[in-house]
Design a protein around this ligand. Structure first.
Ligand SMILES: [Ca+2]
Ligand SMILES: [Ca+2]
Length: 138
């Protein structure tokens, strides 16, 4: 994990960059799809859902979750991704829902930069990396 400074505008501009966002989503999806069948099962999604939990924890929501509560949270997050309720998450569902969640995070952040603790592997960390690379190039 690392501490990074992020603001809502940075996230929004990243999500709205369709090309870069698609690349990121495909990479992320391929990384999570360990059996390479082009779909994310509940267990394959767990890694991603755990990253999402990190957001929530840092927004101060339930600091000491019990295992049953966590299982419920993961299930409800999975259902949120699985738009057609067929028990798996495909690339389109993953992309649409990740976009929604990132925009929700951006709304929560507003325009003031805040420090966030990010997992090395999380999508927001990738946003920060892309932004800093862009700044070096400019
Ligand atoms: Ca799979
Ligand atoms: Ca589905």
């Amino acid at each position: 994990m690392s501490v990074e400074v992020l603001d809502g505008a940075t996230i929004v501009s990243f999500v709205e960059d369709e090309y870069a966002f698609n690349i990121l989503i495909r990479e992320r999806f391929a990384h999570l799809d360990t059996d390479n069948d082009g779909l994310l099962s509940h267990s394959e999604m767990m890694k991603e859902l755990k990253c999402l939990r990190v957001f929530e924890t840092h927004f101060g929501i339930d600091e000491k979750p019990d295992p049953d509560e966590l299982a419920r949270v993961y299930s409800s997050l999975f259902v949120q991704f699985d738009h057609d309720s067929n028990g798996t998450v495909d690339l389109e569902e993953f992309k649409a829902e990740t976009k929604q969640m990132m925009l929700a995070v951006a709304n929560g952040l507003g325009f003031l930069p805040v420090q966030m603790v990010l997992e090395e592997d999380s999508i927001l960390k990738k946003v920060v990396e892309k932004e800093s690379t862009a700044k070096v190039v400019v």
